[in-house]
Design a protein around this ligand. Structure first.
Ligand code: KIV
Ligand code: ZN
Length: 546
C-alpha cells in the first residue's frame, strides 16, 4: 500500500515536473494564414505575383509558418503554394487539406519543394452541429477519418497539423479523444479553431487548459497546441492571448486581421501585445521582426484591396497620431505619457530622401532593392517608365509612391485590356462625359487592337467606368470605392481601391494609382475587370455551382 502510494506520488511529481518544463517553454510560434484564411475574405483574392510578394514580406517579417493556400481548391492556389514552397527560405510552408485523400495528395505535392520545411494542415469538423447537419457522421466515424487523414499526410511530410474545425463548440471530452487520436496517428500540432468566433476569453482558455492537462503529448512537448480565432465578437486577439497563458504555443493569425467575415486574429496585435506587456506575458516571445509590421500591413492592404481602418491598432494611420493638445503636450515632455509603444518599433517613421524626375534608372533600381523588391530587368524598365511619368507631374517621388507603382505593376494580371487614353469633361452645368481608348491584347493570337468608346454618367468617374463596361462587355457594380493619398503634398499620388461585383457572387478587387484621381479610378476599375476576365475555367465553373 505504502509502496503503491509512493510510486503514485513519484509519478505525480514526475508528471508535474514534465508539465512545468513544458510550460517553461514560452516560445510562441507565429503561424501566418494571410494567404489562406485571409485570402478567403470576399474580394481579397490575389494573383501569383501578389502572393509571392506577400510571402517574401512574411519571410522578412520572420513569421515561423506561412500557410500559403489550399492547394485542392484551384489551380491558382496549387501553383501559388508550390511557388512559395520553392522560393521562400526560412519559414515552414503549409498547405491546407480536408481529411480527403485527393486534398491531402494535392497539398503533399504542393509543399514538396519546401523539403523538410513542408507542412500539411488537415482539418475535419468535430462539433455536434457540424457532425449532424454538415457531415452526417457519428463521433467514431469522425475519429476514424481524422486518423486516416493524419496518417496519409504523414506519408508526405513529418510535420502534420490537425484542426478539429469548430473546435471551440465541440464537446470537451470528445475533443480530448480526437486530439489524442490525431497525436497518436502522428500529428505534431493540434490547432483548436474558434471557427465561428463564438468563444470568449475565459471559456476558451479553460478549454485549452483542459486539453493541455488531458493530452499527455502537449505536456511533454511531443505535440504543440495551436489556436486559431475568428473575430465575429471582436475577441479573436483576446481569446488567442488567453490561450497562450494556459499552454497554447502556436498562434494562427493574419496581417491586418483579414479573413472570413469579421476576420482572424491580427498578427500585429498579438505580437505587439506580447512584446509591450512583458510585465504580464513574462518570458513569452516570438521571432517576428516588429520593424517590418507597418510595411507588411501596407503591402497586404494593397495586394488584397482591403483598406486598413484609420483607427486600427498598431497599423492604422491614426494609431500613433495625437490630436488633443493635452496629449501632444504630454508626448513632448515624455513620450511614454501617452504612447505605450515606440512607433519606430513597428516600422512607422523615417523615410529616405525622395527621388525626383532627374533620378536615373540605377538610382530607382537601387531604391527598389532597398525597399525589398526583387525585380528583373523587364520589371525595372516598366517601373522606371511609370516613375518618369509620375516624376514629370510631381516634384518628389517618395518611397510610398514608388511602392504604389511597383504594387500596381505586380497587380497587373496578364492585362487583357490596358488603358491608352482617357479624357473627361465635367462641371456643374455639363453632363459628365468620358472618352476611353483601350488596347486589347490577345497573347495567344499575338494581336493588339485598339478600341474607343464614350460614356456619360452621374459624374466623371461613373462616365469613365461606363465607357470601360461598353468596351470590355462587362457590367460591374461598384461595391466599395476608396481613395487615399499615397504620400505627402498636394501633388501626392492618389491610390484608388475598388471592389466590383460582376454578378453570381463574383467579387473582384482592383487598384490603380495616378496623380489624377479620375485616371486612378479608371485604372483601378480596369484592373478589377482584367481580374474577372482572367479567371481560370476551373474558377469560373466553381462559382457557377449552386
Ligand atoms: O476557421 C477555421 O476553422 C479554419 C480551419 C480550416 C483551420 O480556418
Ligand atoms: Zn479560419
Amino acid at each position: 500500500m505504502a509502496v503503491g502510494f509512493l510510486f503514485f506520488s513519484f509519478r505525480r511529481n514526475r508528471e508535474f515536473r514534465r508539465k512545468k518544463k513544458n510550460m517553461k517553454n514560452k516560445d510562441i510560434i507565429i503561424f501566418d494564414t494571410t494567404l489562406r484564411d485571409g485570402e478567403q475574405c470576399p474580394g481579397a483574392s490575389m494573383n501569383l505575383r501578389e502572393k509571392l510578394e506577400v510571402a517574401r514580406q512574411l519571410a522578412r517579417l520572420k513569421v515561423d509558418v506561412i500557410e500559403a493556400g489550399f492547394p485542392i481548391i484551384s489551380d491558382g492556389d496549387f501553383t501559388a503554394v508550390q511557388a512559395i514552397a520553392k522560393e521562400i527560405k526560412g519559414p515552414i510552408i503549409a498547405g491546407l487539406a480536408r481529411c480527403v485523400p485527393r486534398d491531402i495528395d494535392a497539398a503533399g505535392e504542393a509543399v514538396k519543394p519546401a523539403g523538410k520545411r513542408g507542412r500539411i494542415h488537415v482539418f475535419l469538423a468535430t462539433s455536434k452541429i457540424h457532425r449532424e447537419f454538415k457531415l452526417g457522421k457519428a463521433q467514431s466515424e469522425i475519429i476514424r477519418l481524422a486518423v486516416e487523414g493524419v496518417k496519409r499526410a504523414k506519408s508526405f511530410v513529418s510535420d502534420v497539423e490537425f484542426s478539429p474545425e469548430d473546435g471551440s463548440r465541440t464537446e470537451p471530452d470528445f475533443l480530448v479523444q480526437v486530439c489524442r487520436a490525431a497525436v497518436d496517428a502522428g500529428a505534431t500540432t493540434i490547432n483548436v479553431p474558434d471557427t465561428v468566433g463564438w468563444a470568449v476569453p475565459e471559456q476558451y482558455a479553460a478549454l485549452i487548459g483542459h486539453l493541455h492537462d488531458e493530452v499527455p503529448a502537449f505536456q511533454t512537448g511531443q505535440a504543440v497546441i495551436s489556436v486559431h480565432c475568428h473575430n465575429d465578437l471582436g475577441l479573436a486577439v483576446a481569446n488567442s492571448l488567453a490561450a497562450v497563458r494556459v499552454g497554447a504555443r502556436q498562434v494562427e493569425c493574419t496581417v491586418n486581421g483579414i479573413g472570413e467575415r469579421a476576420g482572424n486574429a491580427a498578427l500585429e496585435e498579438i505580437v505587439m501585445a506580447l512584446k509591450t506587456r512583458q510585465d504580464f506575458y513574462r518570458g513569452f516571445r516570438c521571432r517576428v521582426n516588429t520593424r517590418e509590421i507597418v510595411k507588411s500591413s501596407r503591402l497586404v492592404s494593397r495586394m488584397c484591396g482591403l483598406i486598413v481602418q484609420r483607427s486600427k491598432a498598431i497599423v492604422g494611420e491614426n494609431a500613433f497620431a495625437h490630436a488633443s493638445g493635452i496629449h501632444q503636450d504630454g508626448i513632448l515632455k515624455k513620450r511614454e505619457t501617452y504612447e505605450i509603444m515606440d512607433p519606430q518599433d513597428v516600422g512607422w517613421g523615417k523615410t529616405d530622401l525622395p527621388l525626383t524626375k532627374h533620378s536615373g534608372r540605377a538610382a530607382v533600381a537601387s531604391r527598389l532593392r532597398h525597399l525589398g523588391f526583387k525585380m528583373n530587368e523587364a520589371d525595372i524598365a516598366a517601373i522606371f517608365s511609370r516613375f518618369k511619368e509620375v516624376g514629370d507631374k510631381k516634384k518628389f517621388v517618395y518611397d510610398d509612391d514608388l511602392t504604389a507603382l511597383v504594387e500596381g505593376h505586380i497587380t497587373e494580371i496578364p492585362e487583357t485590356w490596358s488603358m491608352e487614353y482617357l479624357n473627361v469633361t465635367s462641371g456643374n452645368q455639363t453632363v459628365p462625359t468620358a472618352t476611353v481608348r483601350l488596347k486589347r491584347i490577345e497573347k495567344k493570337k499575338g494581336t493588339i487592337q485598339t478600341f474607343q468608346e464614350a460614356g456619360i454618367g452621374d459624374g466623371p468617374v461613373d462616365a469613365a467606368l461606363k465607357a470601360i463596361d461598353r468596351l470590355t462587355k462587362t457590367n460591374g457594380q461598384l461595391m466599395d470605392y476608396s481613395l487615399r493619398a499615397v504620400s505627402q503634398g498636394k501633388d501626392a499620388l492618389g491610390e484608388v481601391t475598388v471592389r466590383v461585383n460582376f454578378g453570381h457572387g463574383e467579387i473582384m478587387s482592383g487598384k490603380g494609382a495616378s496623380t489624377d484621381v479620375i485616371e486612378a479610378s479608371a485604372r483601378a476599375y480596369l484592373n478589377a475587370v482584367n481580374r474577372f476576365l482572367e479567371r481560370t475555367p476551373k474558377e469560373k465553373a466553381k462559382k457557377s455551382q449552386p
